[in-house]
Design a protein. Structure first.
Lengths: 310, 310
């Protein structure tokens, strides 16, 4: 089977960690061991990943250095994070594959994701990114840089940026070519670098794209049969956090659509994942799974996780 | 013809510039217009590039933010710079190709370059990188981080790191596959991320690799016929800077080897380029050219630049 794996940010860097390269390599290596279990079974795997903590650190470094060096725009920071994380995954995965006696090649393809300039998200930026500011700092930044900042959960003010819907991948042919040749491709990291069509061609834009929605788009473009979203919970829950919470086992896309309409899933958390699942199955995917890294293999065998079918 | 183009750092960021993304995109767009002139003639082009100013800025940002966030090791910073620069080149080149009516695909492949752990360079680090420090700061850093710092041209102290010889590219098969499919690949940026073989597989190492020497290695691996090194001078000179300086037109690899032995070329400048040329021709290359961006097309036609043949 052709499987698109979407690795959650926690597979690379955990919240309580400092963010050293050593910590990230340790986490990535663990994630790769689980991926090898899947690849060993003969599946063709393509990998995408989140970049939240990494691009957050890049933005914070830019901020701390801003009196000395010009900060980079979000598209460039996203490209940097794809280089950084792609490197860590490709190196670790190749090493783990070699230990397991699997000779597959691994490559990271820097990915641009097309978004629509008329996407409503550009009118209503909602995605908080980068460091926290005090109220005074926030006022200055609004004037100086024209950013939109909002109060974020009592911890201070943060910049919010648009999170438009991913449309298509500019490097789709390249990724497909490599996947067809049996190469494990790492692509669309952090949801891909957001670009919009202009008179002068495609240009980067200040936005971030949800990595699971991007995974669904990429999965469709490479004709993946399975979308495997790896996060930090074993199952998706109905009525999550309530006394009657229920784990979802095997459900249909239609049922998921109804749960989404009921507002079952938290936005910024399980909601975009479930939307990605519904999109992927709507575009011809055969199966979508949401589970934890350590249950990925069992979930593919149908004995763990939440599985959604058309 | 299959041409490996090595873009100098000045094609992306000039010394007197601040380093904003806008400046870099303007420079890269200009470079890409010249590359399109070559691609339009039907040549198959693969691109590599320097990363000096960009990785310098990444290191300086890490330094300025070090009390808040852990600095990244050199291999990770190199991977970040490949993402950043690869993105700028692939986007600009695709747009310029489209304007010229050429439909070629462009893709950046994150590249790891194998170096030999027993390379003499690890005993004698010589390549200055990152910010300048005062004598007191330098003493502290030597103790705290075990770095080697040397006085650099009266401007302060700088870290020096090993610059080992590139041996081979871990992504060679991938780059070759894409090149064969007619895709313009951007690879081995900044000379590639340096990795050494260990018991646990290939691991990153604190070093930098000369991008022209890496270009020669990559050129050999993809069977490029021409190595085109683009820098800021129209020709290589003999007796450079002396009253009897002479531009080199068409010379043989044998003559170059003799000039290298005579110490004709400045180390850290023209010397590694000429060594790259000799290596490339020794590995089966048909022609190597050193010239400026704006003379690249004429140099390929044999009417400009310094051309070296076996």
């Amino acid at each position: 089977m052709r499987i698109l794996v979407a690795l959650g940010g926690n597979a690379i860097l955990q919240h309580q960690e400092k963010g050293t390269a050593e910590e990230q390599f340790v986490n990535v290596r663990t994630a790769c061991k689980h991926l090898v279990e899947i690849i060993e079974q003969g599946h063709r795997v393509t990998i995408t990943h989140g970049n939240g903590p990494q691009v957050g650190d890049i933005l914070l470094k830019d901020e701390l250095a801003k009196d000395t060096l010009p900060p980079m725009p979000l598209d460039v920071c996203g490209a940097e994070s794809q280089g950084m994380i792609g490197y860590m995954i490709q190196q670790s995965l190749r090493n783990e594959l070699q230990k397991a006696g699997v000779s597959s090649q691994v490559a990271t393809v820097l990915t641009e994701m097309v978004v629509d300039a008329s996407d409503q998200a550009f009118k209503f930026p909602t995605k908080p990114i980068g460091p926290f500011y005090t109220s005074t700092e926030a006022s200055h930044i609004r004037e100086e840089r024209g950013w939109i900042l909002v109060e974020d959960s009592g911890r201070g003010y943060r910049r919010v940026v648009p999170s438009p819907r991913p449309q298509t991948v500019l490097q789709a042919q390249v990724i497909r070519e490599l996947t067809d040749a049996g190469i494990i491709v790492i692509a669309a990291g952090g949801g891909g670098v957001p670009v919009v069509s202009t008179e002068d061609g495609f240009k980067g834009i200040e936005a971030v794209i949800d990595k699971d929605l991007s995974a669904a788009v990429l999965g469709g473009l490479i004709s993946a049969e399975v979308l495997l979203i790896l996060t930090d919970v074993r199952n998706v829950f109905l009525n999550y956090g309530l006394p009657n919470q229920t784990p979802l086992g095997r459900v249909t896309s239609e049922e998921c659509r109804r749960y989404l309409e009921e507002g079952q899933f938290a936005s910024g958390s399980m909601r975009p994942k479930m939307e990605a699942v519904v999109n992927f199955l709507g575009a011809g995917g055969e199966r979508a799974i949401i589970t934890r890294l350590q249950d990925a293999k069992d979930a593919l065998d149908g004995t763990a996780g939440t599985t959604v079918v058309p």
